[in-house]
Design a protein around this ligand. Sequence first.
Ligand SMILES: N[C@@H](CCC(=O)N[C@@H](CS)C(=O)NCC(=O)O)C(=O)O
Length: 205
Amino acid sequence: MKLYYSPGACSLAVHIVAREAGTPIDLVKVDLPKHKLETGADFAAVNPKNYVPAVELDTGDVLTEASVLVQWVAEQAGNTALLPAAGTMERFRVQEWLNFIATELHKTFSWLWHPETEEGTRKTVRGKLAARFAQLDERLGRSPYLAGDHFTVADAYAFTIVNWANFLQVDLKPFPHLSDYLNRVAARPAVRAALTAEGLLKQAA
Ligand SMILES: N[C@@H](CCC(=O)N[C@@H](CS)C(=O)NCC(=O)O)C(=O)O
């Protein structure tokens, strides 16, 4: 299985889940501004949507969308801690969070990555994110992870997106439970391994 990724991008969520599940993956780096692979090949030939993450299966099938890919990897591994069994309330809770992260956080946050986004829009985006962070903070004041007592695929995705705050000067100080959660998730061995493999964390000497 190949994971097309860019360091620290939303593809990191899929990478983390693969490492948490013990699923071997081949990482293929994508130059996002150029939409090229390191070989110089066009990424659009793999994923016509031209964005990461994309997973290429051994069958040659290509699957996309972060919130779906994290579920696919956990399901293939049969890991019901990362993704509870289909049809259960616990599964729907995880999916509820995945959709929240995709639609309320990920795509809102994306605006801050674009240099052409104007200051007025940036201010609106920061306000919307602060409201969503307050909701996450409230939740994480009641349970250690989003869906309850255990780390799930929703936490891999939430960590990946909320961690962008550290690169985009978004203040997390007003959200102590969320800040503590980010630190706890960042300390997980699988997360450290994924960050290190993406060149975002120096290996201990
Ligand atoms: N709907 C997609 C969005 C993926 C996405 O926004 N990917 C970003 C990186 S986090 C990207 O590759 N952007 C490059 C581009 O759109 O040109 C998903 O949820 O996976």
